[in-house]
Structure formats: structure tokens, C-alpha cells
Design a protein around this ligand. Sequence first.
Ligand SMILES: [Fe+2]
Ligand SMILES: [Fe+2]
Length: 519
Amino acid sequence: MYKSPLNSTDDRFWIADEHGGSPFEHRDTWKILIIDGNPEVHAVIRTGLINVKFDEKPLCFFNTASEKEAKQLLLEQPDVALIVLGRGEESIGVELRLLRYIRQELNNSHVRIILLSPHSECEPEEKMIVEYDINAYMTAQELTSQKLFSTLYGALRSYRDIMTIELNRKGMEKIIEASGSIFKLQSMRTFASGILTQLTALMRLNKNALYCRFSGFAAMKNQHDFYILAATGDFSQLVDQPVQKVLSLSVRASLEQAVIEKRSLCLGNRYVGYFQSLSGTENVVYLEGAHLWNEWERNWVELFCSNVGIAFDNISLNDEIEATQREIIFTLGGMVEARSKETGHHVKRVAECSSLLARLYGLSSEEAELLRLASPMHDVGKVAVEDAILNKPGRLTREEFNMMKSHTVHGFEMLCHSKRKILQTAAWIALQHHEKFNGQGYPYGLRGDKIHIHARITAVADVFDALSNDRCYRPAWPMEKVVDLFCRERGEHFDPDLVELLIGNLDRFIGIQKAFPDG
Ligand SMILES: [Fe+2]
Ligand SMILES: [Fe+2]
């Protein structure tokens, strides 16, 4: 038994812990609160039920005679299963105030309540039983009888069933919420980390977060081994590592079993989710916790993971679509460059330089990626320009030059009808990549930030790459000469901020040239 600190000012109040020791041990018990001014009532109930267990969990009693302390206790112990509430002869109204407090103020509709009257003349009114959802009514004389046991047992059973339904409702709510969040299209890595967060939250629903700790990871098969994409708890240091190298034999054995059987498994306190996407990619989610999982939790996890499987498919399908788009864009851009006798990797280098410049300029990583995908199409409008003009070795006449300039508008018209973000971005780049910062460019002579930042970036990347590589009609310029030109054209042809960034990070841009050499 331990004394509550609240006890010090009121010797009629005490909290008894049948199991002794730390209050943290209450978690696997049925908490019963007895509120009665008569110490004998407390003693009789405790003695009568001393070794009783319900659903393999022992009972734990909290006793008080004070209304104030009872309220305090209910606040501190929201999972009290049952209240035995004594009806004092002199203090009529106390139990009504307590009932209102429990059902209305605390909004606790789960706790079961048994009213205890000193004698049979004190029967509660029917209205009170209905209004405050009272489970049973007993007189003090009945306390010694078998009725005590059966009444408490019945009330606990009803509490357990209410809580089961409540927990399942919360579980379903969480699954719907979690599924919504995983269905947002995102990268595989963000997705994997989201699954772990949602699974852990799902597992914590039924447990006090103070007592349970979950560790887990999500991994994807890459050729022969699984690589950890996201991890939590004990595994959090292992991101990007191969499973074979960093995990213990027993964890690997669990994964292997799921992979061989091609299904998700619950193994004691471990869960291994197995997912195979439509394209055949294998993914696993591993979670282990301090407690054995019950049936509901297994059902929740399985339901959630069946949605995870669909989301995995969506994401890998989306990856596939994006990869295909990328290939088509590069091929198309490359074809245009080849027709105008440009060299092999020009569009790839422009893509990489544009993306790097976008990041250095402070655009988001999504926008930089968009630029990487869209910038290779800057000259796509050249398909509408005759070969004779496109490949004319000498100087172009005014009329020919006008034809040549029209590749910007042609490119825009080819791409602007698409609703796809990449093609929309590409359309504006095609239209404006020959505009100059000083307003002397074409087709419209736009000036400064009237030219879209995507086009200003692509213009720098395009000219930088064109000058620093061989062309069929001239060799590559030495880097000093390229840098000189950009310095001269700072604020003239090019956005001065972008020129600063190019020159300030020249090594990185030269690195891109080296990574995609021609020939
Ligand atoms: Fe162009
Ligand atoms: Fe180009």
C-alpha cells in the first residue's frame, strides 16, 4: 500500500494499490474507484474481491471518502473502469454532483458506475439511472453476498466491451487518416518514413506512450539486397545501409521468412509487412515493440498495410511514368539538337546545370527538378525551322534570321496545350530562353524579371554549355573566355544574380560538363 500525497491533509482519504510498488504497474489492471464515507464499505469490497481477476488482469482499488479527491483522482486516472459510489444519508446531492462531473464535465461515458445505498429506502430514482448511465444499484446489506461479485463482474465485462468498440473506432479512424496521408504522391523515401510514423501511432493507440517503445524500418530490394529507406528507434542509424550487413541474424530471419512466403507476418512482438509492387519490386516494413500484439492491433496493421501495398504500387507506377517522361523529353530534346548538328549530351548538361542553378538561386527542390525535366526542350520549336536555314554554314539573311527566331514561338505553341506541369514549364522556357535581361532579346524583348526565372536560368545554362563545348563549326572556348563573356554580359544578356552564382560555383558546373562528355 502506498499513501497519496493528497492524503496528508485529509486522513479520511487514501489510495490503496493492491500490487504495491510503483503506480506505473497500474497499467495492466482493472482500476476500481470506491467513493464512500464509510471505511467498512471499502474494507468489505476489497476483502470480498481480493483475489479476483477478470480477463486475466487483477483488480486495483482506489479508495476515497472525499468528493474533491475523487474528482482529482478521476482526472489523473482517466482509465478507471468502475466506480462504486456510496450514497451518504446526510450528504444527498454529493453523488449527483459527482455523476454530473463524470458524465458531463469529464465527458467520460465509458466508466461503469454502481450506486451503493446504506439501506433499501434509499433507492435511486429511475431518471437518475437512465440519465447518468448507472450500471447497477446495491444496498450495503448486499455487499457480503454473491451479488457483489456478480455485479462487479458484469460491470467490468460491460466496460471491457465498451472499450473494445471504442478502441476499434479509434483504430479505424486512424487507419483512414493514415491511409489518406500515405496516398499523397511523394518520393519512395518520404513514403517509407510516413508508413513507419503511421504504424507506430496506430500501435500506440492501445498503449500508454510512456510504456511502449517501437523500433522499425522500411526497406526496398535493390538487385540482391534490401536497403533501409527509413528507420525509427533502435534502427534509426541504419538508413541507406544494406540489411544483410547491418541487421542481426534474428531480424534478417524474420524478413527472409516473409520474403520466402511472400506475405506479411506477425511473429511474437514483431511485425513484418511484405509488399510486392506490380512491377515486381519487393518492399518490407519491420516493426517490433515491447508488447505482444492483440488481435485488434493485428487487424488494424493488416488493414493499414493492405492500403500501403496499393500506395507502394501508386508510387512505383508514378516513378515509372516520370522516368518514361524524362526519357521521352531527353530523346526529343536530343533529336532536335542532332538535327541542328548539336553535340550528343548538350541537353543532359543543360538539364543538370539548370537544376543546379535553380537550387543555388534558392528555388525549392521540386522546382529545381521541374527545371531539370523541362529545360532540355528549350529548342524543340526548331523542328518547324527548315534544314537549309538551321544548318546554313554562312551568315543568315534578315528573313532567315526571323525564321530562326520563330523557333521560340513554335516551341511554345507545341507545348502550351498540355496540362502537365513539366510541359507547361517547358513551354515558357521555349518561348523566353532567347530573351535578354536588358530587353534586347527575342521574341518579345522582355526585360529583367518580366522574363520567367526558369527561362533566365535555362538561358545561362544553355549558353554556358554551348560555349564551353565543341560545335561542328568551332572548337570549345577556353573557360577563361567563357567566364569573360558572362562577366561582360552580366545584367545585359543574363540575370546578374545568376551570373554571380555561375561564376561563384564554377567548379560544380565544370563538374557537370565532365560527367557528360561528348563523343
Ligand atoms: Fe534556342
Ligand atoms: Fe541549346
